[in-house]
Design a protein around this ligand. Structure first.
Ligand SMILES: Cc1cc2nc3c(=O)[nH]c(=O)nc-3n(C[C@H](O)[C@H](O)[C@H](O)COP(=O)(O)O)c2cc1C
Length: 279
């Protein structure tokens, strides 16, 4: 007699973690079951995957329909290896068969102005934000689409570690920069669905209030420390000094250590030299 094979374990989603009802809505369940994937199988992706993801990315809302971003598809192993080096040697970039780079892009809009005989006078901090938000929304839509196709994803903000070299490697023209990368591939291992901060910390009704901040952070800190999420990946204490109150290493200590110093400070000068107005 053959034993029935067990159905694949259903991933817990964040509605369940909070005891809330996703109303049996598969889209909500998929959104709330997101977990970054940092280990990929080398298996090739189905034909048409890039285009499917790109259409999902393009389906995101976009400020004034400007569509101020481009997506660079990187699959060449040598170029992926160089990106791996430029992004602080995160192995998932080598493993994932597909790496998408989401780039805020004013170049196309400058072209449109030229084409129509107008000058492009829109360069400003707000235009930088418009293009950056557009690119981020597109990246998130692509990630959700990939996850809906059974693929794993991980965003890579480390693409901004060495912005000038990335501009050269991807031949990004002035007015185009690399905001975030997205690893895509079949998961070799599924990441845990990480709890998020309690709603009381992020959800404000009518006006902003810090009323629940202390308890919410303490609760989340305990939850994350107990989940063992930081085992083997603690950020070194600034100055190497560990005070007694830092002995329990949870979300608060991890986050505070990460934020103890500014990062990627050269980004501003690289972007300004590359056609972006940040004032
Ligand atoms: C803009 C952005 C950049 C990120 N950059 C990196 C990165 O460079 N390396 C990495 O391992 N994860 C990166 N991540 C993934 C986050 O670490 C991850 O989303 C976060 O820890 C929450 O975990 P979860 O996605 O599994 O829920 C990034 C996520 C975002 C949204």
């Amino acid at each position: 007699m053959t034993r029935p094979t067990a159905p694949p374990a259903r991933r817990r989603n964040r509605y369940e973690l909070l005891g809330l009802d996703p109303a049996a809505n598969p889209v909500l369940e998929a959104i709330a079951a997101h977990a970054s994937c940092r280990a990929y199988r080398p298996d090739p992706l189905p034909e048409g995957t890039v285009e499917r993801l790109a259409v999902a990315a393009q389906s995101a809302p976009t400020s004034s329909n400007l569509q101020a971003y481009s997506i660079v598809v990187v699959q060449d192993p040598a170029r992926k290896r160089r990106l791996y080096e430029l992004c602080g040697e995160q192995p998932m970039i080598l493993d994932a068969p597909l790496f998408l780079v989401f780039c805020p892009d004013l170049r196309r809009l400058e072209y449109v102005c030229r084409r129509q005989g107008h000058r492009f006078g829109a360069g400003s901090l707000d235009m930088f934000l418009v293009a950056t938000v557009d690119a981020a929304l597109a990246a998130q839509n692509a990630a959700l689409a990939a996850e809906a196709m059974g693929l794993g994803t991980c965003m890579v903000g480390a693409i901004r570690e060495r912005p000038r070299e990335v501009i050269d490697l991807l031949a990004l023209p002035p007015g185009v920069y690399a905001l975030v990368g997205l690893c895509v591939g079949y998961p070799a291992a599924r990441g845990e669905v990480k709890p998020r901060l309690p709603l009381s910390a992020v959800l404000h009704r009518e006006t902003y209030s810090d009323r629940h901040l202390d308890t919410a952070v303490a609760e989340y800190d305990r939850l994350m420390a107990a989940a063992g999420i930081y085992g083997g990946r603690q950020v070194p204490a600034p100055g190497g000094q560990v005070r007694p109150e830092q002995a329990s290493y949870g979300w608060a200590e991890h986050t505070a250590r990460r934020l103890a110093a500014a990062r990627r400070r050269e980004l501003r000068s690289v972007l300004e030299a590359h056609g972006w107005c940040l004032t």
